[in-house]
Design a protein around this ligand. Structure first.
Ligand SMILES: [Zn+2]
Ligand SMILES: [Zn+2]
Length: 317
């Protein structure tokens, strides 16, 4: 069963996808992604396939609300898996810039195609990495969810950036980038087109936000130079994480882009967020009562300090 159920208290949708309980934890020998890419043509490194355990399905979209208390509708949408590499052990940081550019091109293609489907209002590209984050398959891969609604948290972002633009006459995110560059103490990586930093308001110790320096609403607006610099930035941040921690750091990587509901979002500016749950090599930040119940995060580290650690960790040699 896959359906969306409306929570009238928090004013948000919940995806009910019971078949996902049966997702198996698979060993290397049973890896279906290795099988999937074996037959892929030529040098092709990156492919996207439908998720076998989708949370959203491409079917009808009738909302049933006999009662205002129990509003539900079929979980219309699409879930895809993006396989990063033919090699079971080759994560993003081990790939060449060209392979990463191939991945960025695939993201662009999927964002455009899924976003243009009728009823798809938000395309969310992400990667969950590591068992700690609940990943059942080790083969390097990311995912894409095409939502039939703009999720609440992102709707809030859109509204706040619109208000900021109206009040200050410029983009909220461009302002944040400028402020971080002026201070420079939280910047951990920078190249010509991108800048990555632990934000002033980081909710997790090693949270990193990566922005294009020019005002772009989605990855579709990147030129070749922008794609190259984005590829390098992703590689740099993950390499820094792994070198600093001394192991492959589990993380969530998420692309936040303009909604695809057909409206214009000239005030929005895309970013990629990296959210590892580690507080130190041994300690994990659990999302417990305060975080889950109130949405208020307690960060028991200073973003400036964490940024310093990541900044001085070399990624190239
Ligand atoms: Zn594999
Ligand atoms: Zn901007």
């Amino acid at each position: 069963m896959e359906e969306l159920r409306w929570n009238p208290i928090r004013q948000e949708w919940v995806i009910v996808a019971t078949h996902r309980q049966t997702r198996p934890l698979l060993s290397r020998k049973q890896c279906p992604f290795c099988e999937e890419v074996e037959g892929a043509p030529g040098e092709l490194e990156v492919i996207s396939i439908p998720n076998l355990f989708p949370s959203l399905l491409e079917n009808s979209r009738s909302v049933s609300n006999e009662s205002p208390l129990f509003v539900k509708c079929p979980a219309y949408g699409k879930c895809e898996v993006v396989i990063y590499s033919k090699d079971h052990d080759k994560g993003l940081k081990d790939q060449s810039t060209d392979s990463l550019i191939e991945l960025i091109n695939l993201w662009i293609d999927r964002y455009e195609e899924l976003g243009s489907k009728p009823g798809i209002k938000y395309v969310f590209i992400f990667e969950n990495k590591g068992r700690l984050i609940g990943v059942t398959l080790d083969h390097p891969h990311g995912q894409i969810y095409a939502f039939p609604f703009v999720p609440e948290a992102l709707q809030r972002e859109v509204e706040s950036s619109k208000k900021w633009m109206e009040k200050h006459g410029r983009c909220l995110f461009c302002s944040i980038i400028e402020g971080e560059k002026e201070k420079s103490e939280r910047i951990i990586f920078e190249n010509e087109r991108f800048v990555g930093f632990v934000p002033f308001f980081a909710s997790l110790p090693y949270e990193v936000h990566l922005y294009p320096k020019s005002h772009l609403g989605s990855i579709t607006q990147l030129d070749d130079h922008g794609k190259k610099d984005l590829a390098e930035s992703i590689k740099a941040i993950i390499t820094k994480y792994d070198r600093f921690f001394g192991f492959e750091l589990p993380y969530m990587m998420m692309l936040f882009q303009s909604p695809t509901d057909g409206k214009d979002y000239p005030f929005y500016h895309f970013r990629i967020e990296f959210r590892p749950l580690h507080r130190s090599k041994e300690k994990i930040k659990y999302l417990a009562s305060v975080e889950s119940g109130t949405g208020v995060f307690i960060n028991d580290t200073l973003p400036e300090e964490k940024a310093r650690e990541l900044k001085k960790t070399k990624w190239k040699e």
